[in-house]
Write a new protein. Sequence first.
Length: 310
Amino acid sequence: MKKKNYMYSFMRCLESQGYFSSEVDGSGVQRWKSTVKSSLLCSGDDKLRSLLMIIAQPPHYQPWGRVADVVREGRCGAELAFDGVDSVWKVFARNPHWQSSFDKAMSSLTVGALRAVKEVVQRDSLLDKTPCVMDVGGGHGVLLAQLLQTGSSSNPAMRGICFDQPHVADAARASPSPEIAKMGGDVAARISFVGGDFFAERSMPALPAGSVIVMKHILHDWDDTKCGVILACCHQALSPGDRLFVFEQLLDADAGNPMAAIMDMNMMMVPGGRERTRKEFESLLRTGGFKLDRVTNCSPMMSLLIAKRI
Ligand SMILES: C[S@@+](CC[C@H](N)C(=O)[O-])C[C@H]1O[C@@H](n2cnc3c(N)ncnc32)[C@H](O)[C@@H]1O
């Protein structure tokens, strides 16, 4: 029996979805070429490619495979899909390849948000007198680098601390992100990568008065109780009146933002967290000792919530 040509079936399927087009050349050989759709997934477009890479890896799709159990039992998908872990972060930590794909994806997704962040920070002079910015769960420091660079003209001495799990901080220090190198100047030299656990008391360094803590896409990874612990640690690191910048997508109570509703499901399936409405954030922050001051829309998928430490 003739063996099926799997590669041909694969390419035909992709072509049927518009990812490639094909033609038969003069010698009768069928050749495929890229289309606009497939070129979006080439290594030049890191945003979409890296997002696809993480969605296609086990830490993401295995928890989704337990969707019925997650919904029925209200448990975290990673905990159900992987033996002996209580969070997806431990699954990444077990496998350096998954960890590094995830970190790269987060960095390139962050690049997509930088222009909007820069505009808001400059327009509202948000960092003019800030001695230090600490990005909690800051990954490889791309957002932090952008904040330091944006503040450079009015505040060239501002320093940055990128706080994340010890193995993530070690990797960020050992192989600096190309996105930061592209920013140039002395930004990289003003960042320290500090390893720690944002659930452990006094794990975060105490900051000089007037500092800012930034958290982007952190609170949506966790339930309200865990967020309370993270906020308590941030509260401990800041002084009264200092600011907390939370970058998150806001959920509409009436399901009018379909992307937020899908991300809400994704947070429930993979890390065991949730997206929140403005009101829910306000209450979460209040319980953690912060008062929500204002909310600015950075893009359809990201808002900046500015809160003051009480
Ligand atoms: C969704 S990612 C967000 C990364 C980055 N803020 C961004 O938006 O690109 C969550 C981050 O939280 C970090 N993290 C998870 N658990 C942590 C813990 N217990 N202590 C410190 N960081 C943690 C992860 O390593 C990861 O970098």
